[in-house]
Design a protein around this ligand. Structure first.
Ligand SMILES: *Cc1c(COP(=O)(O)O)cnc(C)c1O
Length: 493
């Protein structure tokens, strides 16, 4: 298996090399040269295997390591999860299923991939560049930075630097980062907002002097964001896994199609579902759920992607995005792998902030995807109603998926069995979840609110939140936005 660039199919890399590179030299994203096949018989044979065993098998179809190596890697990656099933599938009273992807160390679905990626990078280094180390550099608005820190923590031959905006993350998210453990983790606040942190990081990536200094110390610079193929591949696993679990429980018969509802931002999670479908997983509809930042809903409905619009800060912040980078990989498939066409669309996005696909392509998309969004009130109502009527507590992102699924049902009356992908623990967003279930604004510090939520709902606070209260602060550095490179230099000493 080789990976090719969406903007130039002649640019090819072996998977581990592509994982080290991250993005292709032409700015494109690496995609598999073809989709490995997963027959119904192969799906049937996955029954009663553990998550880690399934991960080993499925990853070995995409990554140039053996199934044994990858199963072992998955075993280590998911060791820190607080549920032995890794991704439990819960059935709600009304019949829909919730796939819980938040049992990792940072309580959000990013752990599913960010516990695997660092281990792939480490293996890639050993094989491809045994004398080199990687320095991961990331600006974060919350979830990604912490998940990357946990993933790279103490991974040999890697170090990670995370910058977060001092005025741009929640109290809990900040606590999670400043108490980060590990001998190769470095965290600094940046005076400013997320854009300031992001711009500072981009400047370091473009700084040739910096590159030289890093090379002298044996480091190559890389990033951990969701366009890296090493983050995409592990996400394919849980779509297949949930199908197999439904099969085992007799909820579906072999070959029966199911729906997935995915709360979407950068389009990485739902793209993995599409990849699973391309491999042969029986999927009817992929329901793309957006919040008020509904650029994707418009795209699926009108065939026009237009980022020139107001940006809203919502209670589902990890979905507050105007450019969904991973959509480029879907366009590549939609246009039958026409790299020239993808290049044109992306150039149009850069130059004008928009692009359009033809009606023929839009209709083709509609056979698989259904795009819908909900507003803030509808999100809160979904949390409140689902708890009152079904006894299940949703976080603010998963609530968007639930609200959108209800709209989908009202619109289509589709009776297909459906899995709602749950991307975060309600305790990661305790203040907003609490005010949604109690109907009044919540007050107090992050821990007080978590406690109130536990009292009100009876859902236990995860241990990873509780321990934050007693962990010492290890990272109290604050850097002016112009000087982020100084922090990196200091770290390397
Ligand atoms: C990142 C994130 C999302 C969005 O996932 P994408 O892959 O970017 O579409 C949704 N919910 C939560 C909690 C997240 O952290």
């Amino acid at each position: 298996m080789l990976l090719i660039s969406t903007r130039n199919a002649a640019e090819q890399k072996t998977p581990l090399k592509a994982v080290l590179k991250g993005i292709a030299p032409d700015g494109g994203l690496y995609v598999p040269e073809n989709f490995p096949e997963l027959s119904l018989e192969a799906i049937s044979q996955l029954q009663h295997k553990t998550y880690q065993e399934m991960a080993g098998l499925i990853l070995s179809k995409y990554i140039d390591m053996t199934q044994e190596e990858l199963t072992e890697l998955a075993q280590r990656a998911y060791e820190s999860f607080d549920d032995a099933q890794v991704a439990p599938l819960v059935k709600l009273p009304k019949g829909e299923f919730i796939l819980e992807l938040f049992h990792g160390p940072t309580l959000a679905f990013k752990d599913m991939a960010l516990q695997v990626l660092p281990r792939l990078m480490s293996a890639a280094l050993q094989r491809e560049e045994p004398d080199k180390k990687v320095l991961i550099l990331t600006a974060t608005s919350g979830d990604t930075g912490k998940a990357a820190l946990e993933g790279f923590k103490d991974v040999p031959n890697t170090a990670i630097v995370v910058f977060f905006p001092d005025q741009g993350v929640s109290d809990m998210q900040k606590l999670q980062m400043v108490t980060q453990r590990g001998n190769n983790t470095f965290v600094s606040a940046v005076v400013g907002n997320f854009d300031d942190a992001q711009t500072g990081v981009k400047r370091i990536f473009a700084d040739q002097q910096m590159e030289k200094e890093l090379a002298q110390k044996g480091y190559a610079l890389s990033s951990a964001n969701s366009i890296n193929f090493g983050r995409l591949a592990p996400q394919i696993v849980y779509y297949i896994y949930s199908y197999v679990r439904l099969l085992e429980r007799g909820e579906i018969s072999l070959g029966e199609k199911i729906n997935f509802v995915v709360p979407t931002g950068n389009f990485g999670n739902i793209l993995a579902a599409y990849y699973a479908k391309q491999m042969g997983l029986p999927v009817h509809k992929l329901i793309c759920a957006s919040n008020k930042n509904n650029v994707l809903t418009d795209f699926f409905r009108k065939g026009i992607y237009n980022k020139n619009r107001e940006f809203y800060k919502t209670i589902s912040p990890s979905m507050d995005i105007l450019i969904s980078s991973n959509l480029e990989r879907l366009l590549f498939e939609l246009f039958d792998r026409d790299d020239q066409k993808v290049r044109e669309l992306m150039e149009s996005l850069m130059a004008k902030g928009e692009y359009a696909i033809g009606e023929e392509e839009r209709a083709k998309l509609e056979q698989v995807f259904y795009g819908e969004y909900c507003n803030e009130q509808e999100t809160e109502k979904a949390i409140c109603d689902t708890f009152a009527q079904e006894g299940y507590l949703l976080d603010t992102h998963t609530a968007v998926a639930k609200a959108v699924y209800d709209k989908y049902l009202a619109d289509t009356n589709d009776q297909t069995k459906t899995v709602i992908v749950s991307t975060a623990s309600p305790y990661k967003f305790a203040a907003d979840v609490l005010s949604a279930v109690s109907g009044e604004p919540s007050q107090g510090d992050a821990f007080a609110m978590a406690q109130k939520l536990e009292q009100k709902t009876g859902v236990a606070i995860p241990a990873n939140i509780l321990e934050l209260r007693d962990l010492p602060v290890r990272h109290d550095h604050v850097e002016p936005k112009e000087h982020l490179a100084d922090f990196v230099r200091a770290v390397l000493k």
